[in-house]
Design a protein around this ligand. Structure first.
Ligand code: SF4
Length: 311
């Protein structure tokens, strides 16, 4: 979609999302604080807050290509994962508030540096500011795909507003059980809201397809395998196969580390085993799900390989 078409969608979305800052309901926490004068659970005020922006070469292969993914890490999070791998940004709120104009400069600089896309990491609490920045960027020639990189703890009504703006959803499935979300991420109803939000993402963009001249578009699911089956890989595979499409690719991640507060939970206070990862891979293969998996070899060239359909 051309930038000028996206501006029309942005204006529509801003008319709904910007007034929400007065009684914030941007995520399922529904804090209803006035973000102009105070911060809610996510600790964000009215301006977008950015921790870092860089060309990232560790994302999924079709997002990286030769130029890297133009990744912007936003501060804060509405989840409180006890094992958060990015806790300094998400929970300690490292970063700095910036204006929409400055954020637009960041997006355009990433494009100038060769980025294949703009990858918005944990964008939900910052959406009005991000949309204002994108509006400026599209006017000034931003033409690469927009990636929405999310925990999936999202209100489907908010995701609906992103139709026509976001090209690629990079959506985590952390658990397939609300109780696990409460125990390890401090959120109520994780799977209930995440499964609905992901269905809305899929309705908008379908399964991910790599396009020419970067018409790449669609939904990619990310799944971090946790020890002792806590992430619910088999249920996730069943959900994708039966409620989305087995053409939706899964990025099966092996890099779990028991950092931050994970040591207080014996069942997740260790890394996953090679066997647990292989079992998760088999569960995807049973449902004929494609995507990318990682090796335990530690060699960068082996880091991500395609999961192929069974013959
Ligand atoms: S975005 Fe932040 S302030 Fe708004 S509802 Fe969510 S946690 Fe609360």
């Amino acid at each position: 979609m051309q930038g000028c078409e996206k501006i029309v969608h942005i204006d529509r979305a801003l008319s709904v999302l910007e007034p929400m800052l007065q009684a914030c309901c941007l995520c399922p926490r529904m804090c209803k604080v006035d973000r102009n004068s105070s911060a809610g659970f996510c600790r964000q005020s009215v301006l977008p807050r950015v921790s870092s922006a860089l060309l990232h070469f560790g994302e999924e292969p079709p997002l990286v290509k030769s130029g890297g993914s133009g990744t912007v890490f936003f501060s804060g999070c509405s989840m409180r994962c006890v094992y958060c791998q990015n806790f300094a940004i998400s929970q300690k709120n490292n970063g700095r508030d910036i204006s929409a104009a400055s954020l637009s400069d960041v997006f355009l600089a990433l494009q100038d540096d060769g980025a294949e896309n703009i990858n918005l990491v944990t964008p939900t609490a910052h959406l009005p500011g991000i949309l204002r920045a994108l509006r400026v960027s599209f006017k000034e020639g931003l033409g690469i795909p927009i990636v929405y990189n999310t925990s999936s703890y999202e209100r489907p009504e908010i995701i609906e507003q992103l139709e026509g703006i976001v090209d690629i959803y990079l959506a985590d499935i952390r658990y397939t059980d609300d109780d696990k979300g409460e125990s390890y991420s401090g959120v109520r109803g994780y799977w209930t809201v995440a499964s609905s939000a992901i269905k809305e993402m899929h309705r908008q963009v379908g399964a991910f397809k790599e396009g020419r001249h970067d018409g790449s578009r669609g939904l990619i699911i990310r799944h971090l395998v946790l020890p002792n089956g806590i992430s619910g890989t088999e249920q996730m595979a069943e959900f994708i196969a039966y409620e989305l499409s087995s053409s939706v690719p899964v990025s099966l991640m092996s890099q779990y580390r028991p950092v931050f507060n994970a040591r207080h939970f014996p069942e997740i206070s260790k890394r996953i085993t090679d066997e647990e990862y292989k079992q998760a891979l088999v569960q995807l293969e049973i449902y004929n799900i494609i995507g990318w998996f990682q090796h335990f070899s530690g060699f960068e060239e082996d880091r991500v390989r395609p999961i192929r359909r069974r013959g």
